[in-house]
Design a protein around this ligand. Sequence first.
Ligand SMILES: Cc1cc2nc3c(=O)[nH]c(=O)nc-3n(C[C@H](O)[C@H](O)[C@H](O)COP(=O)(O)O)c2cc1C
Length: 402
Amino acid sequence: MYCVRKVVDDLYWVGGNDHRLALFENIHPIPRGVSYNSYLLLDEKTVLFDTVDWSICRQFLENVEHVLDGRDLDYLVINHMEPDHGASIEEILLRYPNVTIISTEKSIMLMHQFGFDVDDKTMTVKEGDSFRFGKHNIVFVEAPMVHWPEAMVSFDTTDGILFSADAFGSFGALDGKLFNDEVNFDRDWIDDARRYYTNIVGKYGPHVQALLKKASTLDIHYICPLHGPVWRNDFGYLLDKYDKWSRYEPETCGVMIAYASMYGNTESAVQVLAAKLAEKGMTNIALYDVSNTHVSYLISETFKYSHIVLASVTYNLGIYPVMHDYLMHMKALNLQKRTVGIIENGSWAPKSGSLMKEFLDEEMKQMSILNSEVNMISALNDNNANEVDNLVESILDSMKEA
Ligand SMILES: Cc1cc2nc3c(=O)[nH]c(=O)nc-3n(C[C@H](O)[C@H](O)[C@H](O)COP(=O)(O)O)c2cc1C
């Protein structure tokens, strides 16, 4: 059975939701599912914007057929050729053999690489090209590395609709709702939107900045991303988040404490730290055990908070492997501009603190490490408890300076 939503009079959402996929990109957990959005415009010509993941192809084809209501499909605009959006191209070609695919040169190259027989069916567009489909005029804007090199966005100048590809997307299935004002985004969606952005597009902050600059010149009334809700108001909220995330500026002044502990002594020390911070009035504190928190959540929270405390045991003269993995993800995603406190633990040759500092200094950008650190030999005790007090003061002082 078809399941579609009207975006505006002649534009329909024809995508679908997937609740069965456990790991997006086979790495990021999506307990709330995910939507794959595709949009169909009915003008003098019929135009489909992107396709969907193979997993929901059947639903998608029913939706397209229903909205077309007997008409042929004239054009398929591919803004992003990643398989979660491009996988169903061949099914569209089979059913609508007269369709012309509009996309960037790189995207068409990728179609060939993925084995799609699109040879005489494509039309290449580049930055600033436009095409009139009847009442609607669409301008194509290149968006390289948001989040693949071939990506573009399409802007409908007639109705002010931005088909934004992976930009402004989010994890989470739509489940009937479509628009940002049909959900409580700040309560129910922002964490998944941040986790989606930071883990999927986070590395490409400068490219996102370039796209935001281009978008600022457009008179946008709707943002139609390839995942998550369609935006039709409150653009300032969304753009502000994107601006901060892509400049690697924290969203909030607060402390994220990420700890690695085998027997509980390091964990106990970070509980003391959190309690002392709260006692001093800092209640914006989030505490995570790196061993039982998926790294995609850690990354998302690291993009959110201004201050990060890394507390790790020493493991075979190294950083605890799960903590090391988290640091590697931070580096890979280009995370920067955070103030970091260090807590080290070890029983005979503690090394984790110096190694974490070395990593932050040498492998990452603009990480400011607080001088006060906590160095434990197995457990916190009366002799070094004052180091926790010093770290608290140091965190609070650096917040005042910021
Ligand atoms: C496999 C393994 C390797 C370890 N390697 C080191 C080491 O190289 N240097 C050291 O000082 N402690 C080492 N330790 C000891 C732990 O780091 C230490 O006992 C830790 O302080 C306990 O903190 P926790 O209670 O938070 O787990 C090792 C422990 C294990 C299980």
